[in-house]
Design a protein around this ligand. Structure first.
Ligand code: FES
Length: 115
């Protein structure tokens, strides 16, 4: 996807694409990322279960708890932590909403000399 960037923040979606309780799957630089909205706030997590790699595009989403559809591991979308063993965690990405859009602060990209 083509991203517009500002100070390291990438515009990844329009606000209206992520309703309350909704989720939106993205792939950015080969990283699978899931946006979610709860209590009005947007969250962004790695969309790749640390158990066996399923995505969270389906699976229960209640409160801040997101459950993997494959074997029911449940994670807190605010911290990425697995509820039974918090040392296992999904990566989370800073996410904010501004100018009618959702923005992610992505890890630094490695620049390729030839683009
Ligand atoms: S792949 Fe997610 S719980 Fe097994």
């Amino acid at each position: 996807m083509t991203l517009s960037m500002a100070n390291g923040w990438a515009r990844v979606a329009a606000s209206g694409e992520l309703p309350e309780g909704g989720r939106l799957a993205l792939t950015i630089d080969g990283q699978r990322i899931l946006l979610l909205r709860r209590e009005g706030a947007p969250y962004a997590i790695e969309n790749d279960c640390p158990h066996l790699g399923c995505t969270f595009t389906r699976g229960a989403f209640e409160g801040y708890a997101l459950t993997c559809p494959c074997h029911d591991w449940t994670f807190d979308i605010r911290t990425g932590a697995f509820d039974l063993a918090p040392e296992i965690a999904l990566r989370t990405y800073p996410c904010r909403e501004q100018q009618g859009a959702l923005w992610l602060l992505l890890p630094e990209r490695k620049e390729h000399p030839h683009g």
